[in-house]
Design a protein around this ligand. Structure first.
Ligand code: AOS
Ligand code: ZN
Ligand code: ZN
Ligand code: ZN
Length: 430
C-alpha cells in the first residue's frame, strides 16, 4: 500500500537521476583504486535494516515540556502509518519496535496485517515498568523488577511475560527490558540486594522466553534514579545477562554512558563475550539526550560500526546484533528526523565497510599508530552519499527523502485527519 504517491517520488527522483549516476560512478572509480568494489559495499548496506521506535514518531518533548506538532499519531495504527512513510521514502527501516502499554491494541493480528501492508515487520518488543499504568495494583515509584515488595516484582514480571505474548503474535523475536529501578539517596537502597532481586525477577522472564527468542538488557547510567541505578552500566548488564543464560544479552543505547566513556570499547568487549544484543542508536552531548543519530558525534558512530564490521569480517560466532533507533524529537518533524537517522546509520556502516582491514591489521601489528589511525579514518572521510542515494533509488524510495516528504504534503494531510493533541509532560504516551 502506497502512503506517498509513487509518481511524486519518481518525479522528484527524475531531477537528480543523472547526478546520482555520475557521482556513483566517480565514487566507484575512487574506491576501485583502493581495491574496493562499490557495488559489493552497496549490497551489504542494502541488507542492513534498522528498526523504528514506535514512540519516536510522536514529539517526545523533555521532562519540562512537550510541544506537539501537527498531525501527531493518535494510536498505534497512526504510528505504524508514519513508520510506513519513513520506510517508503528512505528504505532503511523494515521493522518497528513497539512499546507496551504505550502501544495499545485490541487486535494484534490486524496490527500485524496493517504493518505488512506497509512493508513493515516487528523487531524487539519493549516492556514498560518505569511508569505506572492506570488501574495497576502496585506502583513502580520505588522500582519494579528489583522492588523490595514481592507483589510489585510479580506484577512487573507478569507485564514482561505479557509483552512476550504480544510480541509472539506480531512476529517479534526479542524482548527489550529497561528498568529505571534504583535510588535517589545514598542509603535508600541495599545495593547488592536490589541487584539480587532484579536477577530473581529477570530469571522468571527469561524462563518464559519462547524458542528462538532473546532477552535484551538495556543499561543506563542514571535517570530517573539519580544516585544509583540497578543496571547502571555494561558491567551490571553483563553480570545479569551471564547469570540468566545464553539468550540474555546486553543492549547498548549510545546515550546511556558517562561522558568520555569509550562506547566502541564496550561494544568490542560485548562482542568478544558473545553478549552484544544490539543498539538503540541516537546521539548526545551530555547524557541520554536522544538526539538524532550522528548529529553530534558521527565519528563515534563510525567507530562503533568499525567494531561491528570487524566482527563480521572475522566471522565471530553468533554475532547478530539488532539495530534500533531510540530518539526523542523535540524541535523537528519526527518523520524527517527518523529518515535522516536511518540514513546516518547506513552511512556509518558504509564508511566502516570501506576500512581496508588488511592494511589496518598490518599497521596495528607493526605498531604504526599514525598509519593505523589514517587507514581507519580514510573510511570515515569518504563521502558515501552516492551509495545511499543509489540504494534508495533502486529500492523505489526517494533520492532525497526529506525533500520528497515535504513535497508530498503528508504532514498537512494527517494534520487534517488527526485532531491536535494538548501539550503536556514528556513521554511517548499517545
Ligand atoms: C530509556 O532511557 C531507554 O532508552 C529505553 O529504551 C526506553 O524504553 C525508551 O527510550 C523509551 O522511552
Ligand atoms: Zn533506549
Ligand atoms: Zn537514549
Ligand atoms: Zn534512554
Amino acid at each position: 500500500m502506497h502512503l506517498i504517491d509513487p509518481d511524486l517520488i519518481q518525479e522528484h527522483n527524475g531531477h537528480q537521476l543523472q547526478h546520482v549516476a555520475r557521482d556513483y560512478a566517480h565514487l566507484g572509480e575512487q574506491l576501485a583504486r583502493r581495491g574496493i568494489d562499490v557495488d559489493a559495499v552497496r549490497q551489504r548496506v542494502a541488507a542492513l535494516g534498522v528498526a523504528l521506535p514506535s514512540w519516536g514518531v510522536g514529539t517526545g518533548g523533555t521532562r519540562f515540556a512537550r510541544f506537539p506538532g501537527p498531525g501527531e499519531p493518535r494510536h498505534v495504527f497512526d504510528k505504524l502509518q508514519d513508520c510506513g512513510v519513513i520506510q517508503q521514502l528512505a528504505r532503511a527501516t523494515p521493522t518497528v519496535s513497539l512499546h507496551i502499554p504505550w502501544d495499545q491494541c485490541s487486535d494484534w493480528s490486524a496490527l500485524r496485517e496493517t504493518a505488512s501492508g506497509y512493508g513493515l515487520g516487528f523487531d524487539a518488543i519493549n516492556s514498560n515498568t518505569f511508569s505506572d499504568q492506570r488501574g495497576q495494583a502496585h506502583s513502580y515509584k520505588f522500582g519494579s523488577l528489583s522492588h523490595s515488595d514481592a507483589g510489585t516484582r510479580e506484577q512487573a514480571v507478569a507485564h514482561n511475560v505479557e509483552c512476550i505474548r504480544i510480541g509472539q503474535r506480531l512476529g517479534s523475536r526479542a524482548l527489550t527490558v529497561w528498568v529505571g529501578d534504583g535510588s535517589n539517596f545514598p542509603g535508600q537502597q541495599h545495593l547488592r540486594r536490589a541487584f539480587e532481586r532484579y536477577l530473581e525477577s529477570a530469571r522468571q522472564i527469561y524462563q518464559a522466553l519462547p524458542d528462538g527468542w532473546r532477552m535484551f538488557l538495556e543499561h543506563k547510567l542514571c535517570e530517573p534514579a539519580f544516585y544509583s541505578t540497578v543496571i547502571q552500566d555494561w558491567g551490571s548488564s553483563y553480570l545479569a545477562a551471564s547469570a540468566l543464560g545464553p539468550r540474555a544479552q546486553c543492549l547498548v543505547d549510545l546515550g546511556h554512558h558517562a561522558p568520555s566513556v569509550n562506547i566502541e570499547m564496550i561494544v568490542a568487549r560485548l562482542i568478544g563475550a558473545g553478549k552484544l544484543a544490539g543498539f538503540h542508536f541516537n546521539d548526545s552531548k551530555y547524557g541520554d539526550d536522544d538526539l538524532d543519530a550522528g548529529s553530534v558525534a558521527p565519528y563515534r558512530l563510525f567507530l562503533v560500526f568499525n567494531e561491528l564490521v570487524a566482527a563480521a569480517h572475522e566471522g565471530v560466532a553468533g554475532f547478530a546484533p539488532a539495530y534500533m533507533l531510540d530518539q526523542s524529537h523535540n524541535v523537528t518533524d519526527p518523520i524527517e528526523s527518523l529518515m535522516g537517522s536511518a540514513a546516518q546509520v547506513q552511512r556509518s556502516y558504509a564508511q566502516a565497510l570501506l576500512v581496508e582491514r588488511d592494511l589496518l591489521d598490518a599497521a596495528q601489528d607493526a605498531n604504526d599508530a599514525l598509519l593505523a589511525s589514517q587507514t581507519l579514518k580514510r573510511g570515515f572521510e569518504t563521502d558515501v552519499t552516492p551509495i545511499l542515494q543509489r540504494l534508495r533509488l533502486d529500492a523505489g524510495g526517494a533520492i532525497d527523502p526529506v525533500a520528497a516528504y515535504r513535497a508530498s504534503g503528508y504532514r498537512a494531510r494527517v494534520a487534517r485527519e488527526r485532531p491536535a493533541r494538548t501539550a503536556g509532560g514528556s513521554s511517548g504516551i499517545v
